[in-house]
Design a protein around this ligand. Structure first.
Ligand SMILES: [Mg+2]
Length: 426
């Protein structure tokens, strides 16, 4: 399906990323005895409502917002779990964090969905489809959750596309979806035409009635109606609807929150024990994180190291600096100091570094001694960023990443050393 040889061109590249059966998936993750069973999250009381259901439960006809009493009746063997909002928030933050490694232009919708404008990200991370594949892989590797992604030239198209990427239920059976669904530039009209007008944004029950009332059922019917007549029928929103039907919604991806941190985590397919390999991985992660910081022109005051052991025990250690930094060498220095406080004897499953307390980076007042050191370091960091922007991420790296004369850096977000589950059924 993914034809990476075909260029995306100059059109906008919008992704809609949507975690599958989010609440239910988190519950199953935390309680493996639920795997394979129909799981419903929601109020278990007499007036409870279904908040989420996995596909096994959906196969029985259970859907969100359904009264729990009905869900129980049609799916008597379902396991019903009360929701745990704080846990969903935790995963949601990590999800946003992963998305944030690809672009700053993210518009989260609720806890489990977001739009990303990756139009400007292709220089660094490649084709929009490649970015979508990488997001899917990173989310699966880091969070063990499945995310489906729609790729298109507008938000509406991307959202409609992600629906088609999802698993579906037919005759009580769960059918795997493609995971990524792409509507190429120029294919918007053909994609929209057969859809029911009810699928378009902003078409609620009333609008749908009005449209159906004059014989408009599909988007293709809608196209036949002159914009003027639509405005007459629906008022101002008629104009917008006309554009949506043409696949021309100009709605921008708007960041609804400022980034609070920049981070990167790696999960290893086999636990790491040796000090050398752990230290090497940490430098690699620092390199990637410092690169993000520099591309964004910001500095960070807090450096956090996260370690998860083979038995899933997780530790974090942080340090907050007096002044923000954007220097790769300084970040590495603090990460090494934090890591030295942790014993790695049990074997390391996951390593992460995150930078928070972010601010626009300004050169700070320094003592004369520091000044000499820091100006060297700063201009070096800036120079590294510039060279990488020009020649690619692997054009420069710290000497410690030089393995037998070859650079070994995180290249365009590929997890070259993590578990490769790309062949696995997500
Ligand atoms: Mg979802």
């Amino acid at each position: 399906m993914s034809d990476l040889a075909k260029p995306w061109g100059s059109s906008k590249a919008i992704l809609h990323a949507d975690l599958d059966c989010y609440f239910a998936a988190v519950e199953i993750l935390d309680n493996p005895s639920l795997v394979g069973k129909p799981v419903i999250v929601g109020g278990s009381g007499p007036r409870g409502v279904v908040a989420a259901a996995n596909y096994q439960a959906r196969a029985y006809g259970v859907h969100s917002a359904m009264p729990m009493a009905i869900a129980r009746r049609i799916c008597p063997n379902a396991v019903i779990v009360d929701g745990r909002h704080s846990r969903y928030m935790e995963f949601s933050n990590q999800f946003q964090e992963i998305l944030g490694t690809f672009t700053d232009e993210i518009e989260p919708i609720g806890l489990d969905e977001a739009f990303l404008d990756v139009s400007g990200a292709s220089m660094l991370f490649g084709h929009p489809i490649k970015i979508a594949e990488q997001i899917r892989r990173n989310v699966f590797e880091d969070l063990s959750l499945s995310v489906c992604i729609g790729v298109g030239t507008t938000k509406q198209i991307a959202k409609l596309a992600s629906k088609r990427a999802k698993p579906s239920v037919s005759n009580g059976k769960v059918i795997q979806g493609p995971g990524i669904y792409v509507v190429w530039p120029g294919e918007e009209r053909g994609f929209l035409e057969p859809l029911s007008v009810g699928e378009l944004w902003g078409v609620g029950v009333k609008t749908l009635e009005k449209l159906n009332g004059i014989g408009i059922k599909t988007v293709s019917d809608l196209r036949e109606v002159p914009q003027k007549s639509l405005v007459k029928l629906l008022g101002k929103s008629g104009q917008n609807l006309h554009l949506l039907a043409m696949g021309l919604d100009g709605d921008k991806v708007t960041q609804s929150r400022a980034r609070k941190s920049i981070g990167r985590e790696k999960t290893f397919s086999t636990d790491l024990f040796s000090q050398d390999s752990i230290s090497g991985e940490l430098v690699r992660i620092c390199d990637s994180v410092a690169g993000s910081l520099n591309r964004k022109g910001i500095g960070a005051r807090t450096v956090t190291v996260k370690v998860r052991f083979g038995n899933f025990q997780t530790f974090t250690r942080s340090v907050t600096l007096a002044q923000p930094t954007n220097s790769q060498a300084e970040i590495i220095k603090h990460v090494r100091a934090l890591a030295s406080q942790i014993s790695f004897d049990q074997g390391v499953r996951l390593l992460g570094v995150s930078l928070s307390n972010l601010s626009e980076f300004k050169t700070v007042q320094l003592t004369l001694d520091e000044l000499e050191n820091d100006t060297k370091q700063l201009s070096l960091t800036e120079a590294i960023t510039k060279i990488r922007e020009r020649f690619g991420n692997d054009s420069l790296a710290p000497a410690s990443l030089l393995k037998s004369g070859k650079l070994d850096v995180i290249r365009d977000h590929e997890q070259q050393w993590g578990p490769d589950r790309s062949g696995q059924d997500l």
